[in-house]
Every structure is written in structure tokens, then in C-alpha cells.
Design a protein around this ligand. Structure first.
Ligand code: ADP
Ligand code: MG
Length: 696
């Protein structure tokens, strides 16, 4: 229930003066439908005006001129500007309009009259020219021209000044709210109350007030982050009190562990322990297993699958591509079967007979583990006793898809445990925005015996040289990937085409070259992948379909064309395909087109990659370099739409808000204390649960 004190803020924006039926849709698009949305819409710029004269006005400044109108020049042909000549004691001031209405302008600037006008100064033949003056008033009304004016986001049909007026009206409607922040923290930060901060937001006094570290903006950003983290923390708590099957390790788990061809690393041991603790707790697990490419997440997940089977339940392992699902099935299937765990594969390409048989095995409980693709969450799939859903490369799935798989449990048994795995290490701040409701295990250590990958950054022009060295390496038995960004020649952009490249390389190197790309029929693609995995093909030209999880230890060379067009995280993923065997490995990043040019940021990004193989470090760097862009391409997966908070610039605030949120709920779960009631107001003010994305 929404606290009454918030009613004025939750009124429709149309209740504000001036927001009529014509502009209402524009306001809604720009800010949102409510008074609250306008009140929280901060200005993005500032106009500072100075009284000046024709003689001394500086180009670029916004000047206020005291002028007498001389005459108007009506455009002689359509499209030509309308001009008004005016002057002060020191010289001419020319006013210019494109598409202005002569009658309207004539009324505002009658010949021979004195007026104050304001606008951005241009100099033309050394005389002052102002295109579209922003203020025109008689001298008696000089006070109406603000010396400092906040600039708001605008759109076609809705000027910054209209938005400003509406935002100020919304501010007017905003009541004082009870303080939800911890008094000690507030004092330490030197922040004002919410209402005072909101007012300061709309009345910037200088440019520094517009920056993310301005006091008022920090306070408001923190409120927003805290509200979001509270919503996430609540979900986490709701899950934790949701009962779920009790899973314990048993014979199958032990058999699987001894069948693994290696010993678990310390990091894997710890992750397995954390997963087991959750599974045995009787409460629903929601855990993210974060680990760099090749850190061995699969083994940790496999043990969880075996535990579930040991405990008499079923588990599903879902992967985003057929190649990957099959690879998991081929590796884990035999080991699980040997451990007494009946395992099936479910993909979109099963024959009807296979499919019927496998669905039956799941529905009756004959099969304990299902490995598969999107096929796993289709309506026809029924489980007998699903207790665990493991999602590999979770960022490749939509929220909905993950939920659909999890919803296949039998409610009478309790919730379905969730283990999601991400091979894209993400910065802690993003982890908090994306997965704040999950518990996280991190695999920071890689399995032993990895050889470091030597990374070189070269201009595309040296491609011939690269091909020559590649041939030499292939002759000694090495295998290589060659990555191109597109499958077919695109006219618009000159990207290397995988198809053309495969033909070239086959001819130049005189070796067998395989080709895989996303548009290929699955069977064909898999046949080629299998040939490559078994060493029958030395060189594989591919688009980014090999990016996800593919494991061919003998492959030791990775060439990536137009590396500057890939995201850093993606390049890191691609590079992770090599350096998996005993052979020393290399990754060659080719950049630039024919001009060989490379922007500063692109250079820094590739340099980061050359310098380090630590996925977490790369992720932080990527995040930093991309600024507020779309770090790691996560937008679609629901990066929250913050109003004022910026996950990069307010990193420290976000970490604090996350701690704060958990503490608040731990101390006062029902929010009944005085501060607790204020916190309820905060939650209702942002309304994360009902409003926007970001909570998946
Ligand atoms: P990812 O975390 O990227 O999914 P995988 O689970 O595919 O990584 O593991 C990558 C490779 O490392 C596989 O070939 C796997 O068999 C191997 N591996 C996993 N754990 C260990 C370990 N503890 N010791 C040695 N090799 C391991
Ligand atoms: Mg993997």
C-alpha cells in the first residue's frame, strides 16, 4: 500500500498546470506519467547569462543586450532566414530566425522600440548575430530573464523551458518526507534532506551542481540505489524463506568425483561447498557461479547434478547453444551414467521418436538429469521431481526463459534450486545491480597446467604475415581459430566475411579449413566442430559462435579480425578458447580497416587485453572505458533504468547502499521502527517492484 504522504507525487502529470492533452504524451515519453517522474527529472545543462554590449560581447557566451529595433527583413525566398536589425550604443545586433512567423516577431519587436533580448552570441563580419533569441522582454520586465537557467531534456514539441516549468511545478507538489537514511551516515556525507536535495537539483547555481558528485545529486542517487537494493534484498529474503527439497551428497556424487580426470582446485572445492550448503538447507538456493572462462565451472555444476540424483530428485542443465549442450552431454553423460545417474540430452534437433522417449524418461523420473538447450523449458517438457535448474552462460538467456525452466518443479516439493553460471566476469557493482538477489560464488583460481596466452595487437595490414606464421605453426601440429565478425560481405561496412576468408585461407595456406557460422544448419555446424575437436581440421574459420564454452584443448592459436569491433568481454571470451592445453598459445588481434586507424578508446581496450588475462580485471576496465554505455552488452538483460544514479560514477555509493539495504532488513524485517516506516516511504517512492526492469 502506498503511504498517503506520497499521493501528490503519484498524481498524473496532467494534474500539473500546463500539462494538457497535447504535451502529456510527450511528457510521459520524456519523464514518465507521474508528477514524481517530473520531480525527479534533473536538468542536464545550465545557461549563464551576462549583460553585455555589441562591442564587447564574446563569441559563444549567452549575452543580454539592451537594444533598439531598427528594421525587419522578411525572407525573399522560402527557406531563407528572417532577420531583424537592432543596435545598442556600441553597434549592431542582428537577430535571425529560421521559419519564424513575421507577424509574431513584429509584435514582439516593434520598430523603434527598446527591448532586452538574450541569446548565444555569434560574430558575423565582426557584428553580433543571434540566432533564435531565447528571451525578448520590454526593459521594465528585465527581472524575468534569469541570469542562470537550468536546461532540461527536451524533445520535438516540448522545449526545455516547458519541461523546466513542469518540473518546477512538480517540485512544488513534492512534500517533505520522513528521513529514511541513517542519521550518522547522513551527517558523515553532509547531505541535506530529500526535499532540500530535490529542490537543489532543480536550482543549480553553477556547472558543478550538475555533476554526479554534487551533494544534492549524490543524496538523490543514493536514495535511488538504496531503494533498488532494498527491493533486491527483499527478493533474496523471500527466496530464502521458500522451502525447497533437501539435497545431500551421496554415492553418485562420490562416484562422479572420483571419475573426474582431475582434482578440484581450491576455488572449485569452495564453490562446491557453498552450493552444497545451500542445497542442504531446505531453503531455495539462488546462486550465481561466477568464473572466468576455463575456470572449471562445469565440474562444480556436475557435482550438484549428481547430488540431486543421489537424493532422489531430478536436475536440469541448460546451455544456450546446441554445440555447448552436446559438449556437456558428451563429457558429463558417460561419467554420470557410470555413477548410476540416468542422463538424457534434449535439444531442438531430436527426432520425434527420440524426443518422445526422452520426454517420457523425464516425466516418469526414469532419467535423473536432463542436459539441453532451450528445448528444456518448452511446454511439452514435464519433470517428475525437478529440484535443481543449472543455467550455463546465463546471460544468453532471457529472464523469462530461466523462469520457465525453474517453474517446471512440483510445487508440492517446494521451490526449484537455481544455479546460474556466468563466464563473463562482471564488476562487483554490476553484480549488485544484476544479481543483487543472488548469492555469489567466484572461481578466482584457474585449474593448474594452463599456459599463458601471448597476445599481440597488430594492424590488419599485417594479415599476410600472420597467415604465414600460422601455416608454420599448423605444420607442427597446432590447431587454430580464425574469427571474423560477419558471415557475408556487407556493402555498408567493410567487415571481413567469414566465407570469403575461409576460401582465401584454404587457397593461400593450402591446408584444410573448416567454416562455422550462425546461419549454418545445426547438423552441418556440429559436424565441422567435431572434425575440429578431433584434430581432423587444423584451421577453423568462425563467427562468434565458438565464443561460448567450446573446449578444444589442442587449439593454441586464435586470430581475431577487426578485433576493435568486438566488446572487450567478448574478446576475452574468444581468447579463452586457447591456452587450454600444454602447447604455448597465442592470440593475434588484428585491428583497423584499410586506413589502419584506431581510436584512443579502442587502443586502450586492446591494450588491456594484451596486458592481462584476468577476466575480472578486464571486466572492470571495460566497464570504466565504456562509461555509461552498455557495459558487456547487458542492457537487454535488464540493466536498471536509474534516473540519477550512475553505476560507474556512484560505485562506492552502490556498495554502501547494498550493505545498508541488507542491514536494514536484517534489523527490522517488517520495517516497523520509525526509520523502518520512513524506509517504506522510500520503497514506495521508487516502486521498483512494480515499475521497471532491473529486477529479474
Ligand atoms: P568454464 O568455467 O569456462 O565452463 P570448463 O568447466 O569448461 O570451464 O573447464 C575448462 C577445462 O578445464 C575443461 O577441459 C575441464 O575439464 C578442465 N578442468 C576443470 N577443472 C579442472 C581442474 N580442477 N584441474 C584440471 N582441469 C580442470
Ligand atoms: Mg562453461
Amino acid at each position: 500500500m502506498r503511504p498517503e504522504i506520497l499521493f501528490p507525487l503519484f498524481a498524473q502529470a496532467t494534474t500539473l498546470k500546463g500539462v494538457g492533452p497535447k504535451v502529456a504524451p510527450l511528457v510521459e515519453k520524456l519523464a514518465g506519467p507521474l508528477v514524481r517522474d517530473l520531480a525527479m527529472l534533473g536538468p542536464t545543462g545550465l545557461v549563464v547569462r551576462r549583460a553585455t554590449t555589441a562591442a564587447e560581447a564574446r563569441e559563444g557566451e549567452v549575452g543580454i543586450f539592451d537594444i533598439v529595433i531598427d528594421r525587419m527583413f522578411i525572407p525573399s525566398k522560402p527557406g531563407a532566414p528572417l532577420k531583424v536589425r537592432a543596435s545598442d550604443d556600441t553597434g549592431f545586433v542582428h537577430l535571425v530566425w529560421f521559419g519564424g512567423d513575421p507577424r509574431h516577431i513584429d509584435r514582439q519587436l516593434p520598430r523603434g522600440e527598446r527591448r532586452l533580448i538574450s541569446g548565444k552570441v555569434e560574430r558575423f563580419n565582426n557584428e553580433v548575430q543571434i540566432v533564435h533569441p531565447d528571451w525578448i522582454v520590454p526593459v521594465a520586465r528585465a527581472a524575468e530573464i534569469p541570469p542562470v537557467e537550468a536546461v532540461y531534456p527536451a524533445t520535438q514539441g516540448l522545449t526545455s523551458r516547458m519541461v523546466r516549468k513542469f518540473a518546477l511545478a512538480a517540485l512544488e507538489a513534492a512534500p517533505d518526507l520522513p528521513e529514511w537514511q541513517d542519521p550518522a551516515w547522513l551527517a558523515k556525507q553532509g547531505w541535506p534532506s530529500w526535499r532540500v536535495a530535490l529542490s537543489a537539483l532543480h536550482h543549480p547555481e553553477g556547472l558543478t551542481d550538475l555533476e554526479t558528485d554534487a551533494t544534492a545529486r549524490q543524496r538523490l542517487a543514493y536514495d535511488e540505489l538504496l531503494a533498488h537494493q532494498l527491493a533486491l534484498a527483499r527478493r533474496r529474503r523471500a527466496r530464502q524463506i521458500n522451502p525447497a527439497p533437501v539435497i545431500t551428497a551421496g554415492e553418485a556424487s562420490a562416484a562422479l568425483l572420483s571419475a573426474l580426470p582431475f582434482r578440484l582446485t581450491g576455488a572449485q572445492d569452495q564453490a562446491v561447498a557453498e552450493i552444497r550448503r545451500d542445497l542442504a538447507s531446505g531453503q531455495q538456493m539462488g546462486r550465481l557461479l561466477q568464473g572466468d572462462v576455463g575456470s572449471g565451472k562445469t565440474a562444480a555444476a556436475a557435482l550438484a547434478l549428481a547430488d540431486v540424483a543421489s537424493s532422489g530428485f531430478q536436475a536440469a542443465l541448460m546451455a544456450p547453444t546446441e554445440i555447448l549442450a552436446r559438449q556437456h552431454y558428451q563429457r558429463l553423460g558417460p561419467m554420470l551414467e557410470a555413477a548410476g545417474v540416468a542422463t538424457i540430452l534434449l535439444t531442438g534437433r531430436d527426432t520425434p521418436a527420440e524426443r518422445r522417449e526422452r520426454l517420457d524418461a523425464l516425466a516418469t523420473g526414469r532419467a535423473a538429469v536432463a542436459i539441453g538447450t532451450h528445448a528444456l523449458f518448452q511446454d511439452a517438457v514435464r519433470f517428475d521431481r525437478l529440484a535443481l535448474a543449472v543455467i550455463d552462460e546465463q546471460h544468453r538467456f532471457g529472464v523469462n526463459e530461466r523462469n520457465r525452466l525453474q517453474a517446471k518443479g512440483d510445487p508440492r516439493l517446494g521451490g526449484v534450486h537455481l544455479l546460474t553460471m556466468s563466464a563473463t566476469p562482471i564488476p562487483r557493482t554490476l553484480e549488485l545491480t544484476q544479481f543483487g538477489e543472488l548469492d555469489v560464488s567466484r572461481l578466482m583460481e584457474k585449474p593448474p597446467g594452463r599456459t599463458p596466452v601471448i597476445t599481440a595487437v597488430l594492424p590488419q595490414a599485417r594479415i599476410g604475415e600472420v597467415a604465414k606464421r600460422l601455416k608454420a605453426a599448423v605444420e607442427t601440429g597446432a590447431q587454430a581459430y580464425w574469427i571474423c565478425p560477419l558471415v557475408a560481405e556487407s556493402e555498408a561496412i567493410d567487415l571481413a566475411a567469414a566465407e570469403a576468408r575461409a576460401v582465401d585461407l584454404r587457397r593461400i595456406l593450402n591446408i584444410e579449413v573448416g567454416l562455422v557460422h550462425g546461419q549454418m544448419p545445426g547438423a552441418e555446424r556440429e559436424a565441422v566442430m567435431a572434425d575440429f575437436a578431433d584434430g581432423r581440421i587444423p584451421l577453423l574459420v568462425a563467427t562468434t559462435v565458438v565464443e561460448v564454452g567450446v573446449d578444444v584443448p589442442n587449439a593454441s592459436i586464435m586470430v581475431i579480425e577487426h578485433a576493435d569491433r568486438f566488446g572487450l568481454a567478448q574478446l576475452h571470451q574468444l581468447r579463452g578458447r586457447v591456452g587450454r592445453g600444454a602447447r604455448s598459445s597465442a592470440c593475434i588481434l588484428l585491428y583497423g580497416g584499410d586506413d589502419g586507424g584506431l581510436g584512443e578508446t579502442a587502443r586502450e581496450r586492446l591494450e588491456t587485453l594484451r596486458r592481462t588475462e584476468d577476466g575480472f580485471e578486464i571486466a572492470e576496465e571495460d566497464f570504466r572505458l565504456r562509461g555509461g554505455g552498455d557495459p558487456l552488452g547487458l542492457k537487454q538483460s535488464g540493466l536498471p533504468a536509474y534516473r540519477l544514479a550512475d553505476p560507474i560514477r556512484h560505485r562506492g555509493l552502490m556498495l554502501a547502499a547494498a550493505d545498508d539495504a541488507r542491514l536494514i532488513l536484517a534489523r527490522d524485517p517488517d520495517l516497523t521502527s520509525e526509520r523502518g516506516r520512513a524506509v517504506q516511504v522510500l520503497e514506495a517512492l521508487f516502486d521498483w517492484r512494480n515499475d521497471r526492469g532491473g529486477l529479474d
